[in-house]
Design a protein around this ligand. Structure first.
Ligand code: AMP
Length: 291
């Protein structure tokens, strides 16, 4: 595995790969890698000749009160994991390589990319500007890496839909591939932030996916959506979660729905804080019901 830190070195790797006709797959990450990230590397390995993985904690997508400075950065461990899964190139630029004018926030950066139709709801409601910072930096990285295929996890479903929309609307020459959410044995969606859970909160955290699965089962059994959402919210409250949102949305448009009777596939999305750690998860609730 080659470890590169500059756009120039990265471009040299790209030229070499292209000359040999390689299909290039790209997995963007912020590091503190776990099986969720590595499953995307595995997917990319299965479909591409060269896998490029970036690790970059993007300052533009963190709010002023969020955990940019304390975000975990176990670089040596991450590199070992990437190498063990067959990554060809690890791209680890430092901040000034990407933001030479020392930009820390989207307001500092000259160019803003936005997918407004999908960015104001769900996580966008509390994390103002988060998705604009994410998508602006993601386009910058897609331009540096120039992959044929790029791999994104369904755990961050709103982010994934924003990237898919960016690529579709601006006709970016890249295919976006979805990776299923990877979970711990007890159902908790893997996340770099799970490490911040206290032992007590970690023990309670699987209540989120469990409750979502119960909601899904009730909906599959024909229960009404508003009732199921109300029961689910009560269950989460009782388990000690501070629920930020619990809503059902059409999967493609992320428009909130109040019944499952429409033609669109629907997911239930949740964000909840437990012991000061914000967890998100989502579950599709329509497939089998209509099938
Ligand atoms: P992050 O490092 O949190 O920016 O995540 C990098 C990529 O990994 C994003 O596409 C995430 O959606 C994806 N990812 C994070 N956690 C998981 C998970 N548990 N399962 C699948 N993909 C994930």
């Amino acid at each position: 595995m080659k470890v590169v830190t500059t756009a120039r070195e990265l471009a040299a790797e790209w030229e070499t790969a292209r000359r040999s006709g390689a299909v290039i797959g790209y997995v963007p990450t912020m590091g503190a890698l776990h099986e969720g990230h590595l499953s995307l590397v595995d997917l990319a390995r299965a479909e591409c000749d060269l896998v490029i993985c970036s690790i970059f904690v993007n300052p533009l997508q963190f709010g002023p009160d969020e955990d940019f400075d304390s975000y975990p950065r176990p670089v040596e461990r991450d590199l070992g994991l990437l190498e063990s899964r067959g990554t060809g190139v690890a791209f680890l630029p430092d901040w000034l390589e990407i933001f030479p004018r020392r930009e820390r926030t989207l307001a500092d950066f000259g160019t803003h990319v936005s997918v407004p139709r999908l960015s104001g709801q769900l996580c966008g409601r509390s994390r103002t500007g988060h998705f604009d910072g994410m998508v602006t930096e993601s386009l910058l990285f897609l331009n540096l890496v120039r992959p044929d295929r790029t791999y994104w996890g369904e755990k961050d479903f709103q982010q994934l839909r924003i990237i898919e929309t960016l690529v579709q609307d601006l006709r970016l020459p890249v295919t976006v591939v979805r990776g299923a959410t990877r979970r711990e044995a007890d159902g908790l969606a893997m996340s770099s932030r799970n490490k911040n859970l206290t032992p007590e909160a970690r023990a309670a955290a699987p209540g989120l996916p469990r409750t979502l699965q119960e909601a899904r089962a009730a909906l599959m059994g024909g229960a009404s959506l508003p009732e199921v959402l109300a029961t689910t919210r009560e269950a989460l409250d009782a388990l000690g979660f501070a629920v930020e949102y619990l809503v059902a949305c059409e999967e493609e448009s992320l428009t909130e729905v109040s019944t499952l009777d429409g033609p669109a596939a629907v997911r239930v999305f949740a964000a909840a804080t437990l012991g000061g750690v914000r967890l998100i998860d989502n579950v599709r609730v329509t497939e089998e019901r209509r099938g």
